[in-house]
Design a protein around this ligand. Structure first.
Ligand code: CUA
Length: 335
């Protein structure tokens, strides 16, 4: 290839590659360059830090690339001989001071900003007079999220919370399980769910509606199916739901609510939503589905067969949780 043709070729290839790289983030939400719109004070602080740091990143990028292009054009060879030497300079105190001081100032500014914001991200706000504080235990296990409320109500994968009230999450995982990571981007940062350890995070939802998230730690074959959502509802609606769920559990009538959530969240992700088999074997025709004693043994102990292992997903389930699933299975697959 002749030199001018090669130059043109390289420019075109570079432009096409650049355009392709720019298209994918531009098509993503928020133009792909920014975190999702925050709807909780801690998520707000994380977004603030993101933009603060991004400002410096852009400043450095434009500064360095601008100088680079300027120097390339301004000091290009022109008609000078190929082996002409430039003037030999040694040491420039002013320049050296500048390129030491500017990065130091930037790093100090970033560190100071983050340290100022950190307590507002990390510390769980205390309950105040206007609104209480909801305490929920979040347990991540292959491949569902279990929520336990103060009154004993249990929910799977779908967390309901009151509007505008601090929600304190104690995030953990059962001893026999692996590490997961709780993450609802609009409601704050990630927090790991580690077996045997209690981690803490919180949010105060400032908008009604449903926020979605996903497990953010590769945790096994169905990691990608480990989705969760947070539904923010008016205080009275939430209280009604919480009381009703607890009442259903104690009276053994939770099969269509908790029972169905358990089937979808704990069983269906591996055995298929109709029990037709997925990464786990088909179970739709299994007699165990109709026999609560056998079902309980399986859920409590798990099973290893043919090199595949089913984790003991129900080892720490309450009797009410077991009853709810058994009731649901009877109703759904009984005939
Ligand atoms: Cu749990 Cu990924």
């Amino acid at each position: 290839m002749h030199a001018p043709v090669r130059k043109l070729f390289l420019v075109v290839v570079g432009a096409v590659l650049g355009a392709l790289i720019a298209v994918s983030p531009a098509l993503a939400g928020n133009a792909g360059f920014a975190p999702v719109t925050p709807d909780s004070p801690n998520a707000h602080s994380i977004t603030d830090a993101y933009w603060f740091i991004t400002g410096f990143v852009l400043f450095v990028l434009v500064g360095v690339e601008g100088l680079l292009v300027t120097f390339i054009l301004r000091y290009r060879r022109r008609n000078r001989a190929r082996d002409a030497e430039g003037p030999q300079i040694h040491g420039s105190t002013r320049l050296e001071t500048m390129w030491t001081l500017i990065p130091v100032v930037i790093l100090v500014a970033v560190a100071a900003f983050v340290f100022v914001k950190l307590p507002g991200i990390k510390n769980v706000p205390s309950a105040n007079a206007a609104a209480g504080r909801l305490e929920v235990t979040v347990s991540g296990q292959q491949f569902s999220w279990q929520f336990t409320y103060p009154n004993g109500a249990v929910a799977i994968d779908h967390l309901r919370v009151p509007f505008g009230e601090p929600v304190h999450l104690t995030v953990t995982a059962p001893d026999w399980d692996v590490i997961h990571s709780w993450w609802i981007p609009a409601l704050g940062g990630k927090i790991d769910a580690i077996p045997g350890r209690l981690n803490h995070t919180w949010f105060t939802a400032r908008k009604l509606g449903t926020f979605s998230g996903r497990c953010a730690e590769l945790c096994g074959v169905q990691h990608a199916a480990m989705l969760m959502s947070v539904e923010v509802m008016p205080r009275d609606q939430f209280e009604q739901w919480e009381a009703q769920r607890a009442q259903q559990q104690t009276s053994g009538t939770a099969r269509d609510t908790l029972g169905e959530e358990e089937w979808t969240g704990s069983c269906g992700k591996c055995h298929g939503l109709s029990g037709q088999g997925l990464v786990g074997p088909p179970i739709v025709a299994s007699g165990i589905l109709q026999d609560e004693t056998q079902l309980t043994t399986l859920l409590r102990n798990g099973l290893t067969r043919g090199g595949k292992t089913m984790p003991p997903v129900g080892r720490d389930w309450t009797q009410a949780q077991l009853d709810a699933l058994a009731g649901y299975l009877k109703e759904r697959f009984g005939s």
